[in-house]
Write a protein that binds this ligand. Structure first.
Ligand code: HEC
Ligand code: HEC
Length: 453
């Protein structure tokens, strides 16, 4: 059945519904007129109000998506119909004229039949109307550098940066990084001053030779270290001459984090970076988006001044379809999950895999936080004498860990010290609906080590 046909059916039903309420009102008024001993004002008033309520509900119906209409219908409209039928019954009874009430019975049958049919009909229908329209972020070729830098800032922080809270956009950077001088949360470098640092890093011996030498390829990403003219075609610097610049360092940090690992921030003797590859899933920034982030990194410490920006503005080539349609969700929204997503989608959108290895979630191999084996871990944490939280079972512990990670800071056996407190964001409560949190807690509290062998 076509969507237009559903709409016609809904329109008919909801209009019939108001029609019914007005019919009841008219019928009662007519009976009142026929008899002198009836309180016309009282009964007319009651049915008038019910008719107006039905009318408002009908108007309301036109603003809802199909899924919401079904809920609304069964929650409010059916209820109003029952109130009307009941009041109508009481009216006839009180006037001792039940025998004159065939419309009551007819109406009752009509609405019971309609609701049963409707329930079957809507279950059988594909739910099309609530699908959000696909987002296409077109590349604007008339952008100024200021707008391009702003695009980068939005990819990092999202469009609405709420004062006093950690705001996180599609690029997910603030999950791990800080940006203001002196604001250090442990495991990830503060990105203040990174533009200048980039220029000097490429001349350091540590960059030239560690963890592997310039010209060698990183096995994980295939990126050849220090060779900007060999970067994946879509991401290469325009008109690249092969001479290494600060911009190339920043691009390489994003596309090949393990090509150079900032001292003290890596795994396995600073040979492996815990930072995700920003051009690959789940973050998957396109070339234009990546350049926008670099433009922002190069200019963020000198607000309003763009002299240090070396990345080019988007060009006509960048407007090609493959580039023009970044991953769904766009860069303009803050991260939020409603709970209707699949568990994998939810976890990837929230960014948990960037820090955690999570059994059952493909590609979730983060290294900054504990491996989530919460079916066993959670109960052990609660039993720990130093546990000061409020949880009494695994689900409560997981919920507490997500909403208030500082309630208990896990000890990292491998490193022989606690995990950094304050690294796991405390802002997930703002990124989750109640349903999404329940779903996430149910899933995480059942994670366990895969069977050996
Ligand atoms: C899961 C945590 C995480 C996320 C998310 C993340 N990073 Fe990183 N980043 C790190 C870690 C850890 C390092 C240090 C190790 C290294 O050098 O790769 C790092 C290093 C860097 C460096 C090199 C810093 C220097 O001083 O040389 C840059 C630049 C950078 N990140 C930018 C970004 C940007 C931009 C984003 C978002 C698009 C981002 N990072 C997202 C964890 C993260
Ligand atoms: C920026 C990195 C980071 C991100 C993103 C992150 N976590 Fe964490 N998480 C940590 C660190 C570090 C710890 C250990 C320190 C602590 O206990 O607070 C931790 C601890 C936990 C624990 C307790 C683990 C245990 O075994 O006791 C749970 C559960 C958890 N995280 C779930 C999540 C979920 C779910 C998400 C996504 C919604 C998430 N984390 C996102 C870094 C992160």
């Amino acid at each position: 059945m076509l969507p237009e046909q559903q709409d016609i059916l809904w329109t008919f039903l909801t209009l019939a519904y108001t029609g019914f309420a007005f019919f009841a009102f008219g019928n009662v008024v007519k009976h009142c007129r026929d008899r002198e001993d009836v309180n016309t004002k009282l009964w007319g008033g009651i049915f008038g109000v019910l008719a107006i309520i039905s009318f408002i509900e009908t108007v309301q119906m036109f603003d809802l998506t199909q899924q919401e209409q079904i809920t609304f219908f069964f929650k409010y409209q059916i209820l109003t119909v029952f109130v009307i039928l009941l009041s109508w019954g009481i009216f006839f009874k009180s006037q001792k004229i039940e025998d004159q009430s065939p419309p009551l019975i007819r109406a009752f049958f009509f609405w019971t039949t309609v609701s049963v049919l409707l329930a079957g009909y809507t279950n059988w229908l594909p739910q099309q109307r609530s699908d959000p329209p696909p987002k296409n972020v077109a590349v604007d070729l008339d952008m100024t550098m200021e707008e391009f830098v702003e695009m980068g800032r939005v990819i990092v922080f999202g469009a609405e940066q709420v004062a006093g809270s950690k705001s996180i956009g599609k690029g997910q950077c603030p999950l791990c990084h800080t940006f203001d001088p002196g604001d250090n949360i442990g495991r990830c470098p503060n990105l203040f001053g990174v533009q200048e640092r980039a220029e000097t890093r490429i001349k350091e011996d540590r960059y030239l030779n560690s963890p592997f030498a310039i010209g060698e390829a990183d096995p994980a990403t295939g990126v050849v270290k220090g060779k900007p003219d060999q970067v994946e075609a879509g991401y290469m610097r325009d008109g690249d001459t092969g001479t290494l610049t600060g911009e190339d360092y920043l691009r390489e940090s994003l596309m090949c984090p393990s090509c150079y690992v900032v001292e003290g921030f890596g795994k396995d003797g600073d040979t492996k970076s815990p930072m995700p590859v920003i051009s690959k899933p789940p973050i998957s920034l396109s070339k234009v988006e990546l350049n926008a982030v670099i433009a922002w990194l190069q200019s963020k410490d000198t607000p309003g001044e763009f002299a240090n920006v070396t990345v080019p503005l988007p060009s006509a080539d960048d407007a090609a379809p493959a580039e023009a349609a970044p991953a769904e969700g766009g860069g303009d929204d803050r991260v939020f999950v409603t709970g209707t997503e699949s568990i994998d989608q939810m976890i990837n959108t929230l960014g948990c895999p960037l820090c955690h290895t999570i059994p059952g979630v493909e590609g979730a191999a983060g290294m900054l936080g504990p491996i989530l084996h919460e079916k066993t871990n959670a109960l052990n944490r609660i039993k720990d004498p130093s546990y000061k939280g409020k949880a009494t079972n695994a689900k409560e512990y997981v919920r507490e860990s997500i909403l208030n990670p500082g309630a208990y800071v896990v000890f990292n056996e491998e490193a022989g010290e606690p995990y950094p407190d304050g690294l796991m964001p405390t802002t997930f409560s703002q990124m989750l609906s109640v349903e999404a949190l329940d779903k996430l807690v149910d899933f995480i509290s059942e994670t366990e080590a895969p069977p050996e062998g």
